[in-house]
Design a protein around this ligand. Structure first.
Ligand code: AHM
Ligand code: MG
Length: 328
């Protein structure tokens, strides 16, 4: 009999009432993820269809973006969370004045892949709510990622998986319809120290700063270049899928800032993409930066701010930092 997520939560989050409430919230998020998965499996072809509305990014919302947002909003309500901050909502939603926690969430990550039947996901970050946050709610999503109490993502792919950390390592759980819940697939993931693959949207090459181009040029030069070995490239375009692959077999992911309008801080969102991925990666022995600064130390200016993002095998992330800080 495989070990269940429930057993993991009971042993990892049992120190006090607050921890038990976080465990309960993770169970509610799992319930929502199964609903979203069922909608993906059964929902027919209209899930990738565009609705009339746009989200905070100006992206036209797809049917599944809205379904996922609703499912996870309900999970947050059921969890007794005080605030819900979603990519699909303009500002923080207050749910329960007496709640102690807040959730920042990307309900449907990888929207552009919905209609292509490629892995997509949900990314979440659970944060504490302080008295100062209660007095001035907009500050709840202005706390740095180092404050996260738990972080994770669901992957809706060939398998439904939960990649989770509550600060005691990064663990992978697989949804088993036979078992009727999530069971442990990998306890304590460790990211390989040596990167053999890189993950970046190469079509943006011409928009990057010179130091990023130099770094990627050196990878592409392979055996004949300064790295004296060949690198493979993989880029799914769903952060959850690229992050999961790196957790499994190492490598490095980059979404740097670039010269396009609106990309001066890259594309990815700090509160519900970079922070949770950074916590998972660090808990697995890897590193995550904006190029030079540790992601978890960034003081955010608000729920929807973006950040350049580099994460993966620690040595490789540090190497990229040197290309940026010391381009010669
Ligand atoms: P989304 O949350 O609206 O789907 O956008 C985020 C996605 C990430 O999953 C992925 O890493 C990135 O955007 C891909 O961007 P691009 O298409 O510019 O390479
Ligand atoms: Mg996303």
């Amino acid at each position: 009999m495989p070990s269940s997520l429930d057993a993991h939560l009971r042993s990892a989050l049992d120190a006090d009432e607050g921890q038990r409430r976080i465990a309960e919230a993770i169970r509610h998020l799992c319930t929502a993820s199964v609903k979203v998965r069922n909608q993906i499996i059964e929902g027919g072809s209209n899930l990738g269809e565009q609705r009339g509305d746009t989200n905070t990014d100006g992206d036209v919302q797809k049917e599944l973006d809205v379904l996922a947002d609703r499912a996870f909003l309900q999970a947050a309500k059921d969890s007794g969370f005080m605030f819900f901050g979603s990519e699909e909502q303009e500002g923080p939603v207050t749910l329960d004045e007496n709640g102690d926690f807040a959730i920042a969430i990307d309900p449907l990550d990888g929207s552009s892949n919905i209609s292509t039947n490629v892995s997509i996901g949900t990314i979440f970050s659970i944060l504490p709510v302080s008295d100062a946050n209660r007095a001035d709610p907009k500050t709840v999503f202005m706390q740095k990622g180092a404050n996260q109490l738990a972080a994770g993502f669901f992957v809706y792919g060939p398998q439904l998986q939960l990649v989770l950390t509550v600060g005691d390592g990064t663990h992978v759980f697989l949804f088993s319809p036979k078992f009727g819940g999530f069971v442990e697939q990998t306890a304590s993931v460790t990211i390989a120290d040596k990167a053999k693959e890189f993950s970046v949207n190469m079509s943006n090459y011409r928009h990057w700063d010179t130091h990023i181009r130099n770094y990627v040029d050196d990878l592409l030069a392979g055996e004949e270049g300064p790295r004296e070995r060949d690198f493979g490239m993989r880029y799914v375009g769903s952060l959850v899928a690229d992050a999961y692959r790196i957790l499994q077999r190492g490598g490095v992911f980059l979404y740097p800032s670039d010269g396009r309008k609106g990309y001066q801080n890259g594309r990815l969102r700090l509160m519900y993409e970079a922070n949770p991925v950074a916590m998972l990666v660090e808990q697995a022995g890897g590193a995550a930066t904006d190029g030079t600064t540790r992601i978890l130390d960034i003081e955010p200016e608000g729920l929807h701010v973006r950040t350049p993002l580099v994460f993966g095998s620690k040595r490789e992330v540090e190497r990229i930092g040197r290309y940026i800080a010391d381009p010669d």
